[in-house]
Each structure stands twice: as structure tokens, then as C-alpha cells.
Design a protein around this ligand. Structure first.
Ligand SMILES: [Zn+2]
Length: 115
């Protein structure tokens, strides 16, 4: 899979819905120009093994470049895919959750464009 990043945002988490993961860093991966309907259809069918193998290492490089102050904390994580990453009530918000509890959990939103 060839891809490029088209957007990256890092914010302190204000998520009140991912009950079990409140003190963990999270990564949400979006697909460039995906429609809402496609997103709803695909959100339970994301290629997370591919994300883990190809997207996460590149994302760590990009974070180091764009958000160096967050990089050390994020680099330590082992990332696990969770269908309920951002929402404990339903599978609407899948993503990667870090394994460490942290004082200031970050929400990392990244958009990829598959070429
Ligand atoms: Zn939900």
C-alpha cells in the first residue's frame, strides 16, 4: 500500500466516551475524501494490520518532525487496535490505543491518502 499523509492533528484528549481508555494516547486514522456513508460502511472493517505495519511507523516519524514535544511520550507506546477506542457504547470510533497510562492523553488524528 502506497500512501501519503494529508492531515495530522494532535490534541489533548477531551473524550468522555472511551470509558476504559481515558488516560491513554489514541490514534484515529481517516481516509482522505472518504464520504460519511463510506466511513460508516467501512469503520468496522479497517485494515488495522496494514495500518500497524505501514502507517504507524511513518506516523511516528511525522510526529517527531511536526510535534517533537509529544514525540518521546508517544514513541514509548505499544499500540493496540480497539474497535471501541473512542466510544465505549458502540463500534463507531475505532482506533489505536496506547498501552501506558499518561497524565495528558493525546488524541492523534491522521488522514491518509492511498495512492
Ligand atoms: Zn459509538
Amino acid at each position: 500500500m502506497n500512501f501519503e499523509f494529508t492531515d495530522l492533528q494532535v490534541k489533548p484528549s477531551n473524550n468522555r466516551h472511551g470509558e476504559g481508555f481515558r488516560d491513554k494516547h489514541k490514534i484515529y486514522i481517516f481516509h482522505d475524501k472518504e464520504s460519511i456513508v463510506d466511513n460508516i460502511m467501512e469503520r468496522q472493517n479497517r485494515p488495522y494490520e496494514t495500518y500497524k505495519e505501514l502507517v504507524l511507523p511513518k506516523l511516528m516519524e511525522l510526529l517527531d518532525f511536526k510535534f517533537p514535544s509529544h514525540h518521546a511520550s508517544v514513541m514509548k507506546e505499544k499500540w493496540g487496535w480497539r474497535q471501541n477506542c473512542g466510544c465505549s457504547a458502540c463500534p463507531c470510533s475505532p482506533g489505536f490505543v496506547g498501552n501506558n497510562g499518561v497524565v495528558i492523553p493525546l488524541d492523534i488524528f491522521v488522514t491518509i491518502k492511498i495512492n
